[in-house]
Structures are given as structure tokens and as C-alpha cells.
Design a protein around this ligand. Structure first.
Ligand code: ADP
Length: 239
């Protein structure tokens, strides 16, 4: 199977052939313990600064692809490199180091109900030993970017679904990770809220982040002009 290269200049700051890969999969297969072949002989290079959509029907292997990038699953065969780190060989502190360089956004937000918006967004930084001053310095511009400055003291159940997803985006980006992974981030949202989420991700991409978004929303994908890779029967196809 040939490698799928994602090479278009999508308006990022970085240009030209000097730009290195943020993500590289070399002949990667993933077979789950029950024998299910989720991905088969997948090769792809995603350059720094790209915005890439991964589409495909439910159960086609989109989440598995992302899980391999953040080390939640290990490949059965082949090699996964993220930001020049071989994910399969990372343990303990090294895996934590990689995860600190990733922002991950999930379909179901994964917010802590008993904590305010500000606390949900900052608790990871606290756990990582950021100073109080540095956390405060980052909080306001991050909430502003996702349009939630006025909701800092609200609790998740006082927010709409779209707002909750924007809190989860704020949490994912407050440490300014160079790679953002979003697994069906608009799966529970109406078209307006979905579009807001995509626009925030576009803005982050314009600031230099590499963004990978899985979705089965073909309409949303068509509305943007980004490269698209389709997962079908465990294989990747450039659309
Ligand atoms: P998608 O994100 O496209 O919906 P997934 O990557 O979640 O697809 O799943 C791909 C396939 O792998 C599905 O058929 C799913 O049932 C299977 N699968 C996912 N996780 C596991 C697991 N932990 N054990 C066994 N099979 C799994």
C-alpha cells in the first residue's frame, strides 16, 4: 500500500519542502485482541501545520487511528511517529511528555461536572506544575478564543452542548500543544455549533497547530477546503 501524503499548503505559516512531518505511520496495522482488523497496512505522512479531516462511516477505524497517535492503543505491526517520537517505545514520563504535546478533543467533552469552566480548563496545568501566575496568564486569552470568557465561573450543566465542547477545546489548547486531535468533535452538535467548533480549530491551525479531525459529517467537510482522508475497511484513501 502506498503512503498517503498530505502536502497541500492550507494557509499555515510554514511552507516549502523543508517542513517536517508531525505524524508518520509506516505500514501500520491494528488488530484488536478479539481478532478484529481495525486498520490494515496504513501509511501516511502529515506535515507540521496541516489541517486534515479523516472521514469514514462509524466503525471504520477513525478513533483507532487517533488512539494510535496518542498512545491509547499500540500498533500490532508497523511504526507510529508523532513529533519525531516513536509512540510504541514510550513509557511513563516519555509518554506523558508526548501527551503534553497533544491536545485531544472528544465527542462527549469529558468535563468534570463539579468543577467550573475555569477549573476544568486549568486543572491539567495545575497537575503539570504550572505556576498560579502562568495559569492565570493563559486562562483569559484561551477562554476568549473559544468565546467563553463570561462563563468562567459556570458549571458544565449550566452550558449548552456547543459551549461544553468549547470548554473541552479550551482545556485541550491551554498548554499550546503543537498537535490537536479531535475525535468526532461535532458528533453531538447541531450545524451552527459544529461550524463554530470548526472555526475555532481553523484559527488554531492559522496560529501554527497541526489539526487532525475525524468526522462522518460529509457536509461539514465539504464546507471547508482541507485535505480529506477516508478510512474504509481499515485502509486509508486520499479523497
Ligand atoms: P470509528 O471511530 O470509525 O467509529 P473505531 O476505530 O472506534 O471506528 O473502531 C473500528 C473497529 O474496531 C470497530 O469495528 C470496532 O468495533 C472495533 N474496535 C474498536 N475498539 C475495539 C476494542 N477495544 N476491541 C475490539 N474491537 C474494537
Amino acid at each position: 500500500m502506498s503512503t498517503v501524503y498530505i502536502t497541500e499548503d492550507t494557509g499555515s505559516q510554514q511552507q516549502g519542502s523543508q517542513v517536517g512531518s508531525m505524524v508518520e505511520l509506516r505500514s501500520v496495522s491494528k488488530t484488536y485482541a478479539n481478532g478484529y482488523h481495525a486498520l490494515m497496512d496504513v501509511s501516511i505522512k502529515i506535515k507540521k501545520g496541516e489541517f486534515l479531516f479523516i472521514t469514514g462511516p462509524s466503525g471504520s477505524g477513525k478513533s483507532t487511528f487517533l488512539k494510535l497517535l496518542y498512545g491509547q492503543e499500540l500498533p500490532t505491526q508497523g511504526e507510529v511517529t508523532v513529533d519525531d517520537l516513536n509512540v510504541a517505545t514510550l513509557r511513563g514520563d516519555h509518554l506523558s511528555f508526548l501527551r503534553r504535546r497533544l491536545g485531544i478533543i472528544f465527542q462527549d467533552y469529558k468535563l468534570i461536572p463539579q468543577r467550573t469552566v475555569a477549573e476544568n480548563v486549568t486543572f491539567v496545568l495545575q497537575a503539570q506544575g504550572y505556576t498560579r501566575k502562568e495559569i492565570q496568564r493563559r486562562l483569559e486569552p484561551t477562554l476568549k478564543l473559544v468565546g467563553l470568557l463570561s462563563k468562567a465561573d459556570s458549571f458544565p450543566d449550566q452550558l449548552s452542548g456547543g459551549e461544553q465542547q468549547r470548554v473541552s477545546i479550551a482545556r485541550a489548547i491551554i498548554a499550546t500543544p503543537p498537535l490537536l486531535l479531535a475525535d468526532e468533535p461535532t458528533g453531538n452538535l447541531d450545524p451552527d455549533n459544529s461550524w463554530q467548533v470548526i472555526q475555532i480549530l481553523q484559527k488554531l491551525n492559522a496560529f501554527g497547530a497541526t489539526v487532525i479531525v475525524t468526522t462522518h459529517d460529509e457536509q461539514l467537510v465539504r464546507r471547508c477546503n482541507y485535505p480529506v482522508v477516508q478510512v474504509k475497511n481499515g485502509r486509508l484513501y486520499r479523497k
